[in-house]
Design a protein around this ligand. Structure first.
Ligand code: 8YV
Length: 322
């Protein structure tokens, strides 16, 4: 009897994960490094599962094209703003993601981005490599220190809480956070629950660590950017759509805020003619928040196990209940 089929939309997935899948499924890995929409639509008919990344939009068209064989969508990410959950529910398709295993890695990225942005590491590296390290004065490449500063974490889920714990060791003067409910773990660190406007107005450093939903889209908009301190540094490890990027670019161009450290942006990959590319007060990373060898391996295995659980009609390691 032929095995059910899984479509994998990315190459270079951990062999351990692919082998787990191969024990139970026929595995089709898309031909392109990162499958295009056309390729996915061509390959999806008859598949039992799709193993996808945030760059694969999962919507009703794709589900209908797959047909009734499609039973599970498993994303190689904690975030799932690329997935139409209503459509999945309508067609009775189960859905899994990969939280927890990436929490510490993404929190490390946030702290790293914060330091590199406020201490101007990219700009300084560029200066050194292009002959700018000469006749330097004491104010050359000076940034603002994190010690004694007010840090605001916008969205204090697991990743935000981990960022808060890491930053406490920097002897900051105050930790602010937003959340739907008070977080005992963050309160225990001295964190103060505030609303978004208070956080934006009072913080020297703002770290965005919140899921992108209809409610949080452009949570950092023109008005809120205008309320930020003139030296404020904004770090985003969530999703590009959380920020009104045009308004941010305008504020950075006019030096109305101190800088931005972005692991996520709009669109991704960022076009090389984006004004962000040339800005000295911006540090850009190509969405590598969870990119450690260990974390990516663990994520890959969870995605495989999420899919296998549906074949076995059992509990997924990480199911998003629809
Ligand atoms: C990506 C992420 O999944 O977990 C998320 O939500 O955005 C990342 O971990 C990863 O970059 C692979 O595309």
């Amino acid at each position: 009897m032929s095995k059910p089929q899984v479509l994998v939309t990315m190459k270079h997935i951990s062999e351990i994960a692919i082998n787990l899948l191969r024990e139970r499924f026929d595995v089709k890995i898309c031909d392109s490094m990162l499958a295009t929409r056309a390729e996915i639509l061509k390959e999806i008919p008859g598949k039992f599962a799709i193993y996808c990344s945030p760059l694969t939009k999962i919507d009703e068209e794709l589900i209908k094209t797959a047909g009734p064989s499609l039973k599970v969508v498993a994303t190689f990410s904690v975030g799932y703003d690329h997935v139409d959950l209503t459509a999945l529910k309508k067609y009775g398709i189960r859905f899994g993601n990969t939280p927890d295993v990436l929490t510490e890695t993404v929190a490390e990225t946030a702290v790293g981005l914060l330091i590199s942005t406020t201490r101007r590491f990219s700009e300084a590296t560029h200066a050194l490599k292009t002959g700018g390290w000469k006749n330097v004065t004491p104010d050359w490449m000076c940034g603002r220190g994190i010690r004694n500063s007010v840090v605001g974490i916008l969205g204090c889920g697991n990743i935000g809480t981990s960022i808060a714990k890491k930053l406490k060791t920097f002897e900051i003067s105050q930790l602010l956070y937003t959340s739907r409910t008070e977080k005992p773990a963050v309160k225990a660190l001295g964190g103060k629950l505030v609303n978004v406007d208070e956080l934006v107005e009072q913080s020297d450093f703002i770290i965005i660590s919140i899921a992108l939903t209809e409610d949080t889209k452009f949570i950092i908009n023109k008005e809120r950017i205008a309320k930020m301190k003139s030296h404020a540094v904004l770090v985003n490890i969530g999703r590009g759509g959380l920020i009104d990027q045009d308004a941010l670019i305008e504020a950075l161009q006019e030096n109305r805020i101190g800088g931005a450290g972005l692991d996520v942006m709009t669109p991704e990959p960022l076009p090389l003619d984006s004004p962000l590319i040339k800005m000295n007060n911006v540090v850009l990373l190509p969405h590598i928040g969870s990119a450690t060898i260990e974390t990516r391996r663990e994520m890959a295995i969870i995605v495989a196990k999420n899919i296998i659980a549906v074949l076995d009609n059992s509990a997924m390691p990480y199911e998003v209940l629809l």
